[in-house]
Design a binder for this molecule. Structure first.
Ligand code: OFO
Length: 163
């Protein structure tokens, strides 16, 4: 059985994951508006993954006899100054999520809730991957700036990400 503190914290993480999904969907729409379809696809896939993260928390709360309480999701930003700015924002968002996951691990450990500490290990690893994936793309786009050849080449490469 989850403590009420842990139940609340896990519900809050469901909201964070849905916000992540919403944010990446907004970024996908932004890239569509620039006709950068590969980046739009990359972000759409990312949004789907975030939905999956939210559902892992959703299922876990039930598995531990808790109650899921869905909270309102804030509207994400709709446009960014450049593709580089959008990916930099995505990286910064992932760092924020890493912080959320680490705080959850610390809260679960403080309660000796070993089941939740163990459940969260998947997310600890996932966040290492999420940051490692976003970081080089953000760095590359920063160097490319508004060079169309570089943008189109990167767009094509990112479009090959599987859905
Ligand atoms: Fe992007 O890892 Fe979940 O939020």
């Amino acid at each position: 059985m989850l403590s009420s503190t842990m139940e609340k914290a896990l519900n809050e993480q469901i909201r964070e994951e849905y916000y992540s999904s919403y944010l990446y969907l907004a970024m996908s729409a932004y890239f569509e508006s620039l006709d950068l379809r590969g980046m739009a696809r990359w972000m759409r896939t990312q949004a789907q993954e975030e939905h999956g993260h939210a559902m892992k928390f959703f299922d876990y709360v039930f598995e531990r006899g808790g109650t899921v309480v869905l909270a309102a999701i804030d509207a994400p930003q709709v446009t960014w100054a450049s593709p580089a700015a959008a990916f930099a924002a995505a990286l910064s968002h992932e760092r924020h999520i890493t912080g959320c996951i680490h705080r959850l691990v610390e809260a679960a450990a403080a309660e000796h809730d070993h089941g939740t500490v163990n459940f969260l290990q998947w997310f600890v690893k996932e966040q290492v991957e999420e940051e490692a994936t976003a970081e080089p793309i953000a760095r590359r786009l920063e160097k490319i700036g508004d060079n169309m050849v570089g943008l189109l080449f990167t767009d094509r490469e990112l479009g090959s990400r599987g859905a």
